[in-house]
Design a binder for this molecule. Structure first.
Ligand SMILES: [Zn+2]
Length: 283
């Protein structure tokens, strides 16, 4: 009996030993796991810190480069031309895109609400799209503020649906100095645009291709090359009727290249060439 008891006692002791052994093993492996996790977290945190430092350094350098660039622009050492084409897309868009591609230069297309399937092609070629007007119907868009913005939003949404881009660059039909809208209406539109983050761009070089159809090429070249300012926005048109603009384009590009201009698209940070000034945007 006594022997039987001691065997049971022995077995209980063994079981206890195995149990506590397993327990110890379990907790040490947990400790080991957690310490290796802690090590990993530390390592990751360090990597994060290093990356953040590098990012800050890059941002600082970028600021310096940007500052130098702006300074050089101010001093007239960098000259920029924005070629702009209004009222497209049209049957001439492909020809214009081909000439731009051949010259490796980029332009900005202030589109209207037709031939929408061509929007994406313009962007895919590296050019910019600006919002001109959906209807381009002066009587309608300049009847009142409501009509103007209804027309603008309609075009904004059409471009977004076709390209996925939320475009904020615009150009007034007829420019911000047009004589169709009253001064009061224009001020209302300008204020609301500023509030909603739309930036409009006019031009300081008019190729004169809007003065009629088939304006002679020499005239377009004469007026389309303006080298009197370090930042030029050239007004041209992309419509079926403006064939001579296509014919003049190569010489106009050559003129700017010869004068040392670089060709850029209009972005939200481009200098604003505006006939009627827009107040700074405050959000
Ligand atoms: Zn127009």
């Amino acid at each position: 009996m006594k022997k039987g008891l001691s065997i049971i006692g022995f077995l209980i002791a063994c079981a206890g030993f195995v149990y506590s052994g397993l327990n110890i093993y379990g907790s040490t492996s947990k400790i080991a796991q957690s310490s290796s996790l802690k090590g990993n977290i530390k390592k990751l945190n360090k990597e994060k810190e290093t990356k953040q430092k590098q990012l800050t350094e890059i941002a600082k350098k970028e600021e310096v480069v940007k500052g130098k660039y702006e300074q050089m622009k101010k001093e007239g050492k960098i000259k920029i031309v924005h070629l702009t084409f209004d009222d497209g897309p049209s049957n001439n868009t492909d020809k214009i895109l081909e000439i731009l591609k051949r010259n490796n230069v980029k332009a900005t297309f202030f589109v209207i609400g037709h031939n929408q399937d061509q929007y994406k092609k313009i962007l895919d070629a590296g050019h910019a799209i600006g919002l001109h007007s959906y209807t381009h119907d002066y009587k309608y868009v300049y009847a009142n503020e409501h009509n103007f913005f209804e027309d603008l939003y309609r075009l904004h949404d059409a471009v977004k649906a076709k390209t996925g881009k939320d475009i904020r660059i615009t150009r007034f039909p007829g420019g911000s100095s047009n004589a169709i809208a009253s001064k009061a209406l224009k001020q209302q539109i300008i204020t609301r645009m500023a509030r909603e983050g739309y930036i409009y761009h006019d031009w300081n070089c008019d190729s004169t291709d809007a003065s009629g159809n088939g304006v002679p090429v020499p005239k377009l070249i004469k007026y389309g090359i303006c080298t009197n300012h370090p930042e030029i926005d050239v007004l041209m048109h992309d419509t079926n009727a403006k064939g001579t603009t296509v014919q003049a384009l190569q010489t106009i590009i050559d003129g700017y290249k010869k004068a040392g201009y670089s060709f850029e698209v209009i972005t939200t940070s481009s200098e604003k060439i505006q006939h009627v000034k827009q107040p700074e945007i405050k959000h």
